[in-house]
Design a binder for this molecule. Structure first.
Ligand code: SF4
Ligand code: SF4
Length: 177
C-alpha cells in the first residue's frame, strides 16, 4: 500500500471489550450460583462451553467462567509474568478450555483481518500474549501463523481493541484455517 494513502483513524475504546471483566464477573457469578443452587452436573457446563465454542470460539474462559475470573485477578498481580501465565492457563486450563480452544478453528464467529487499511503498526501483536511470547505468530503478518485460531486464544479481543484502523473485527468468520 502507498504510505501516503494511509490514514490513521481515531480509536474509540470498544464499549463491550472494555467491560469484559465486568461481564465475566456477572455471568460467572450467576452461573456459579445456579450450578450450586440446582446442583447441576459439570457435564452440562462442558456442553455449554462446547456450544458457545462452536458459535463464538473459546469465549467461555474469559467471558463466562467464575474460576477464569479469579485466575485472571491472580495473574494480574504479577505484571511481569502476566503474559506467560495467561498463555499457560489458557492453553492447559480445563476440559472446557481444551474443547472450546479446538473450536477456535471452526467457530462461526472469529477475528477477521482486513489488510487494506492495516498500517502494520504491530499494536495488535503487542496486545496479544500469544504473538508476544512466540514470534511465529502474528495477527497482521500473513506469512505467520494466526494466533486467533489457536487453542490458547481466549477471545479476550485485546487485539481488536488495540487496532487503530479497525482492521481486526470479531464477526462472522471468513474461513481460513
Ligand atoms: S493493530 Fe491494526 S493496523 Fe496495526 S498492525 Fe495490527 S491490524 Fe494492522
Ligand atoms: S483474542 Fe486476540 S489478543 Fe486475545 S488471545 Fe486471541 S488473538 Fe490474542
Amino acid at each position: 500500500m502507498n504510505p501516503k494513502k494511509i490514514k490513521i483513524k481515531a480509536k474509540k475504546s470498544h464499549p463491550i471489550i472494555s467491560k469484559r471483566r465486568l461481564i465475566q464477573a456477572i455471568i460467572g457469578g450467576v452461573m456459579f450460583y445456579i450450578i450450586h443452587y440446582f446442583d447441576i452436573s459439570l457435564w452440562y457446563v462442558l456442553i455449554l462451553g462446547t456450544i458457545t465454542g462452536l458459535v463464538f470460539g473459546k469465549v467461555f474462559c474469559r467471558w463466562m467462567c467464575p474460576l477464569g475470573f479469579i485466575m485472571e485477578v491472580f495473574m494480574n498481580m504479577n505484571p511481569e509474568e502476566k503474559f506467560k501465565q495467561t498463555y499457560q492457563y489458557h492453553k492447559l486450563g480445563c476440559p472446557i478450555a481444551w474443547v472450546s480452544g479446538f473450536l477456535n478453528k471452526i467457530s462461526i464467529f472469529g477475528i477477521n483481518f482486513n489488510q487494506n487499511d492495516c498500517t502494520h503498526c504491530g499494536l495488535c501483536d503487542t496486545a496479544c500474549y500469544i504473538s508476544t511470547l512466540n514470534k511465529d505468530f502474528s495477527l497482521h503478518k500473513q506469512e505467520k501463523k494466526n494466533p486467533a485460531t489457536q487453542l490458547s486464544c481466549s477471545k479476550c479481543l485485546l487485539c481488536v481493541e488495540a487496532c487503530p484502523q479497525n482492521s481486526l473485527k470479531y464477526e462472522f468468520r471468513k474461513l481460513k484455517l
